[in-house]
Design a protein around this ligand. Structure first.
Ligand code: SAM
Ligand code: SF4
Length: 328
């Protein structure tokens, strides 16, 4: 059983957004006073599990839990425990801001979560609080250490590189990743959601520019390694870690796209950069416990996956959805 879209791409990776809520308000992701969705619109834990199960029965091999901040969702560890037991799921991972990992890293690992991505844009405490608007760097650093101790298969840091915000810390972040022996990926900022300060078009830092800043300090060796995602990876001769670059602007990675997303409200998004979607919440709520119906709705949706995304830094072509709704 496998899912294939209209361009012959096999879909075996699901990003599942478990909440739109978050304890941070990162400047590139949310407004300072965001509006959150009414509870009744958000998928319950049972609905999330059912959707995950349907995708795995359809051949999905990798699920990433994301949000919002997954760790503000109550009983998330229970969901991890249920998903981890699905036969056929090879890879269960999560993206988190790290603020609650001192409490949850070990229970998550024990429940069967295999890998964690932890967002970290800066190593300067004041800048961290300014970027996240509410976060404390020391809590996230303690969370990273807790995750290292918990025994995950692999840890990765994610940094959104933004001109005028953290572009002077690129090399420091690589040094930190080397010291902690964790991978690191630099992400180009994507124009998702219109921010009140509307500053995106001045601040784009391309992956090529980020790489050029690292190159004088470390020998970057390009690899053909593919983690089933859009990142392109580099190694260094004197460290086991990998440095990844996700470049939605400067390199179109749609040709081998193997993923779909389900938002907090159960919209199946076939592409991060397009607005088309299919309502899985309706399918789940109108046909409770009918997994075959849900699977058919998912199968039928595959024909609507667009060939490629179209991002631009111009405000007029921005996608209206925020990353916290779609799941990063
Ligand atoms: N709250 C968790 C976190 O921050 O890791 C998970 C959700 S967050 C939306 C997932 C990833 O998306 C984070 O690494 C975040 O930095 C990134 N992100 C958010 N808004 C973005 C944007 N406009 N462009 C690029 N990356 C973005
Ligand atoms: Fe929250 Fe993650 Fe968005 Fe930051 S990037 S506001 S931590 S959802």
């Amino acid at each position: 059983m496998s899912l294939t879209d209209g361009f012959g791409r096999k879909i075996d990776y699901l990003r599942l957004s478990v909440t739109d809520h978050c304890d941070f308000r990162c400047i590139y992701c949310m407004d300072e006073k965001p509006t959150f969705l009414p509870r009744s619109e958000v998928l319950t834990l049972e609905e999330l599990e059912q959707i995950g199960r349907a995708f795995v029965e359809l051949g999905v091999r990798k699920i990433r839990l994301t949000g919002g901040e997954p760790l503000v969702k109550s009983d998330l560890v229970k969901l991890v425990d249920k998903l981890a037991k699905l036969p056929g799921l090879d890879d269960l991972c999560m993206t988190t801001n790290g603020s609650r990992l001192t409490k949850f890293a070990q229970p998550l690992a024990d429940a069967g979560l295999q890998r964690l991505n932890i967002s970290l844009d800066t190593l300067q405490p004041e800048r961290f609080t300014a970027t996240t608007r509410t976060g404390k760097l020391e809590r996230v650093l303690a969370g990273i250490d807790a995750a290292r101790d918990a025994g995950f298969q692999r840890l990765k840091l994610n940094a959104v590189a933004i001109k005028g915000n953290n572009d002077d810390e690129i090399v420091d972040l690589v040094r930190f990743a080397r010291e902690k022996q964790v991978d690191i990926t630099f992400i180009e900022e994507m124009p998702l959601g219109i921010l009140a300060d509307n500053r995106r078009d001045h601040s784009l830092l391309t992956s090529d520019e980020v790489r050029a800043r690292i190159a004088p300090h470390f020998d970057l060796i390009a690899t053909t390694e593919n983690s089933g995602g859009p990142a392109r990876y580099y190694k260094m001769s004197d460290s086991p870690i990998r440095i990844g670059f996700i470049s939605p602007h400067s390199h179109n990675f749609c040709g081998d796209c193997n993923r779909v997303r389900v938002t907090t409200t159960g919209e199946l998004l076939l592409c991060l950069g397009n607005e088309n979607s299919v309502d899985l919440r309706k399918a789940v709520r109108e046909h409770p416990n009918d997994i075959e119906h849900l699977k058919q709705v998912i199968r039928d949706a595959m024909g609507a996956k667009p060939e490629k995304h179209h991002f631009s830094t111009g405000a007029e072509t921005q996608i209206l959805r925020f990353m916290s709704h779609t799941g990063g």
